[in-house]
Design a protein around this ligand. Structure first.
Ligand code: 6CS
Ligand code: FE
Length: 316
């Protein structure tokens, strides 16, 4: 529990130490093996287990996605107008991140709390049942954001495992969270589609370097400086297991393990790439005190309020 002094808590995934090391994953990937009670087929579950991710094409109705996209782009325009080209830096109260130079909006955090339409998509019953089929537990939304990769300007994210940050900076104890990306635009190699290293979720890449408190003020804007693997580590695993692009049409979703090594490059193409990103964490994997930093990140980055997600009644 969070009353246990930090020094006495077991840490299965020590990181931000003085060297780069590779540790075994001590948690399962599929928490309820052989569970056929859910929307995912045995083949899909096996693929998720082996590769750490699953692409489900045209999961959402194209027309409903088109409407959601139009709303989201309007929200973006209004927010950009109100920012007036100024830089936006995350804080306890600000949930917006802009691109480092252009002032274009990059992410809106906790969008599901602000926009009912976004909220609905995150509570789609078949989506939730798919998540629960793998995590074998009730879940809450740990993080939600709209990610914009603007045409010509969107900058990428360096290789990282999300869990590494969530564990050490947020105090997420075990690897029992899943991310879901909903494509509002076509995601292609040309416009910065997510890149993953299949199977990398089975290892924990312990990273060197002690992150300062308030690392999050820059880590979501500039290239992440802490909690990134070494080039040798990336080279070693990519040579063995390859790199895949997660591409698809609007309405496609990706489900991926929170410990999967992933990244994206800048969007040099004339086509924007807007996605909704939601992290579902097991209700029994609640955050404790951060392992290496002392200040907790803001609620809109890493909620400490594990309110169980309820599926919406009407289908989308
Ligand atoms: O900070 C986060 O929660 C997420 N964003 C970045 C850039 N790295 C860690 C994690 O994926
Ligand atoms: Fe990430």
């Amino acid at each position: 529990s969070s009353n246990v002094p930090v020094s006495q808590r077991p840490d299965y995934y020590p990181t931000r130490q003085n060297s780069f090391t590779i540790l075994p994953r001590t948690d399962p990937v599929v928490w309820n093996k052989g569970c056929t009670d859910g929307p995912l087929t045995a083949a899909q579950i096996a693929q998720y287990e082996d590769e750490g991710y699953l692409i489900i094409r045209n999961f959402f109705n194209e027309e409903k996605i088109r409407i959601l996209r139009a709303d989201v782009k309007n929200i973006q325009r209004e927010l950009e107008e109100s920012l007036g080209g100024k830089d936006s830096v995350l804080s306890e109260t600000v949930n917006l991140v802009t691109e480092p130079r252009s002032g274009r909006l990059r992410s809106i955090f906790a969008a599901h709390k602000h926009y009912e339409k976004v909220d609905k998509f995150t509570r789609h019953p078949i989506l939730l049942n798919s998540v629960k089929q793998i995590l074998a537990d009730d879940v809450y939304i740990f993080q939600n954001r709209i990610n914009f990769q603007e045409a010509f300007e969107g900058t990428g994210f360096y290789w990282h495992s999300d869990f590494e940050t969530w564990h050490t900076e947020d105090g997420m104890p075990r690897i029992r969270a899943m991310s879901c990306v909903i494509f509002l635009d076509k995601n292609a190699c040309q416009n910065g589609a997510l890149m993953v290293i299949p199977g990398s979720h089975k290892l924990f890449f312990s990273c060197a370097g002690t992150a300062p408190d308030h690392n999050w003020e820059t880590s979501l804007k500039l290239p992440q400086a802490y909690g990134v693997p070494s080039r040798e580590q990336v080279t070693g695993i990519a040579n063995k297991q390859g790199i895949k692009y997660c591409t698809g049409d609007p309405g496609t979703i990706i489900l991926f393990d929170s410990n999967l090594m992933h990244g994206s490059h800048s969007n040099l193409s004339p086509w924007g790439r807007t996605n909704i990103f939601t992290v579902y964490n097991s209700i029994t994997n609640k955050l404790i005190e951060p392992y290496t930093t002392t200040a907790c990140r803001p609620e809109h980055l890493a909620t400490r309020d594990p309110e169980m997600v309820q599926p919406i009644k009407s289908s989308l």
